[in-house]
Write a protein that binds this ligand. Structure first.
Ligand code: FMN
Length: 304
């Protein structure tokens, strides 16, 4: 594990393009802001930006970064937000990915990019830029600040956007109607080269949250339940997410229930221990951490 070989990369040695390749292929997948702006003279622009994320909820802030071009000129998006201080940030899915990519072409600033990309504009509710009807999520924003990160080509310019409100298509809300369901939104992300990622149900997984207070940590797990040393580091880390181990009574109850299902009369002590460890793994695979804990605690009581 420790003898893995690493190659080192330094921005000064790799040059702008070389280090850019490392950055965008390693920091991946990145969410994509599909940004709609309007120029001072009313020309509509659309462009994707994967230097993007949200950075706070109170106030709600989204930031994307438009790099300084070869010629040192602002990209149209940047020029537009300097002039109008408004934008709409959309979240795209695969259905509109080709049109999103098309909108990244270097069209002249006089060109209406809704027309060029074939996407449908509808007026913003609170800002002048138009919203892309086909996108299932859109955030209407005012641009609070534009922060240059350098002076030369390739340097970023952070557009710090205060989100006024969100449009979310009913089709992508979860059953509570309070959250977006990733299985319905299926947002796309950008990786290095020409790679994109579609969020698909098979790629999703859930992790139990650590408790709001302090979590046990792996050393305490191995101390309280030594049988956990037979589990993988991932399994141990899942157990370590709880605040405290179960009490002795819950372990007794679990063991009695387990013995009603598994006939232990002909089993060796090691067989019983292995059976309980199997029950631990099975509970962990179903994200049932409470059951995994009583099972591994029971396994730890068996001394073969
Ligand atoms: C998926 C994707 C992500 C992109 N991300 C960025 C980015 O984060 N920053 C940037 O400056 N350009 C990015 N680009 C390139 C811009 O979209 C491109 O330069 C575009 O022409 C800018 O358009 P504008 O001049 O109309 O603003 C990206 C392109 C694609 C296809």
């Amino acid at each position: 594990m420790m003898d893995k070989a690493f190659r080192t990369f330094y921005p000064e040695k790799e040059g702008l393009l070389g280090f850019h390749k490392i950055l965008v292929s390693a920091v991946a997948p990145r969410p994509i802001a599909f940004v709609s702006t309007i120029s001072a003279s009313g020309v509509r622009n659309l462009s994707p930006f994967s230097y993007f994320n949200v950075f706070g909820a109170n106030p709600p802030i989204a930031i994307f970064s438009a790099s300084t071009t070869e010629s040192g000129k602002d990209k149209d998006t940047l020029a537009n937000i300097r002039a109008t201080r408004e934008c709409i940030v959309h979240i795209a899915d695969r259905r509109i990915s080709h049109q999103l990519s098309l909108s990244s072409a270097a069209f002249s600033s006089e060109v209406d990019e809704f027309e060029r990309s074939g996407l449908t504009p509808t007026p913003g509710a609170h800002v002048k830029p138009y919203r892309v009807v086909e996108a299932n999520v859109a955030f209407e924003c005012v641009v609070q600040d534009i922060v240059p990160l350098g002076e030369s080509r390739g340097s970023g310019n952070l557009a710090i956007c205060r989100i006024l409100m969100a449009h979310v298509a009913n089709d992508v809300l979860d059953d509570s109607h309070q959250m977006v369901d990733p299985r319905k939104l299926r947002p796309i992300g950008r990786l290095g080269g020409e790679w994109y990622l579609e969020t698909t149900p098979s790629g999703l997984f859930e992790l139990p949250r650590p408790p709001t207070g302090e979590a046990m940590g792996i050393a305490a797990v191995l101390h309280c339940a030594p049988a956990a040393s037979d589990l993988t580091p991932e399994e141990q880390a899942t157990l370590a997410c709880v605040a405290a181990p179960p009490d002795g009574e819950s372990v007794d109850r679990f063991y009695e229930m387990w013995r009603q299902v598994v006939d232990t009369s002909e089993m060796s002590l090691d067989g019983i221990r292995q059976g309980l460890l199997q029950a631990t793994r099975s509970a962990l695979s179903k994200q049932n951490v409470a059951e995994a804990w009583v099972a591994v605690s029971a396994a730890s009581r068996v001394k073969p």
